[in-house]
Design a protein. Structure first.
Length: 266
């Protein structure tokens, strides 16, 4: 399965990275970092729909992105229209890099989530160092103990965590761990098939206590049309993470604003 391949490639990359910058050095740099993080959670908790606009160059399911807007112009447009930024840093399958995130960090005051396949503390410390405000942790690639260790480490560094699930079992695991931000991925990471019903189905299983304790729900992947926005509105999601549609839009700023209006008026 592609997910297993991605994780194995990530393990190989980590060996190279740790040979270049030791875990001890990366940890020390993270602990010495005095940049004040921007709250990802607050950005997603605004009234109405919050949009997480993504930067990605490619994906296994889609191939190379047909981006009609250059990187600098995209940052400008996102600054004027979205509430947070997602940046892919995975090298082998998404053509991402930490330099990509660092470039964006210098040009925005929006919170940035590092989107990667995080399996090691090293990557959490690195996220802090490169200017991320949050990280993605994927339930499908981590057992509960590993997940909790990485989750607690991130919060100790002032980073928020988007906890990604795509089925009932993973959702229950996150609820048992009492996480703050749950992302429901409409794309099955094992088959890469998309079902827009996934968010609606799993969101209906969230207990009232999740909402009453200020839990945040994010719908991820698959949004490409107004109908998708209206369908996902029923889930009660606070935010939508939108990648390919915004990456390939002629005017991502106007599309993001349009979808916020569709959500508000729907």
């Amino acid at each position: 399965m592609i997910l297993d391949v991605i994780v194995e490639d990530k393990k190989k990359r980590l060996i190279e990275q740790k040979a270049d910058i030791s875990p001890e050095a990366m940890k020390a740099e993270a602990l010495e970092c005095n940049r004040k993080t921007i709250s990802f959670a607050e950005a997603l908790s605004k009234k109405g729909l919050s949009v997480i606009g993504e930067f990605k160059k490619a994906s296994p399911s889609h191939g190379v992105m047909n981006s009609k807007v250059d990187l600098e112009e995209r940052v400008i447009q996102y600054n004027a229209s979205v509430d947070a930024i997602s940046c892919l840093t995975e090298q082998d399958h998404f053509n991402g890099s930490i330099e990509y995130l660092k470039y964006i960090r210098e040009r925005t005051e929006l919170p940035i989530i590092r989107k990667d396949f995080i399996i090691d503390e090293y990557q959490v410390y690195e996220a802090k160092v490169i200017g991320a405000d949050a990280i993605l942790l994927i339930a499908a690639i981590l057992d509960d103990e590993s997940f909790k260790n990485l989750y607690d480490l991130a919060y100790s560094l002032g980073l928020d965590v988007l906890c990604e699930v795509h089925d009932e079992e993973e959702l229950n695991r996150m609820l048992n761990l009492q996480v703050k931000i749950i992302g429901i991925n409409n794309r099955n990471l094992k088959s890469f098939e998309v079902s827009m019903d996934t968010t609606n189905r799993l969101s209906s299983l969230l207990p009232e206590s999740f909402r009453s304790q200020d839990g945040i729900l994010v719908a991820e992947s698959g949004v490409s049309a107004d109908d998708d926005i209206l369908a996902l509105k029923h889930s009660g999601a606070d935010a939508f993470l939108i990648g390919t549609a915004l990456m390939e839009a002629d005017n991502p700023k106007e599309l993001s604003k349009h979808w916020k209006e569709v959500y508000a008026n729907g």
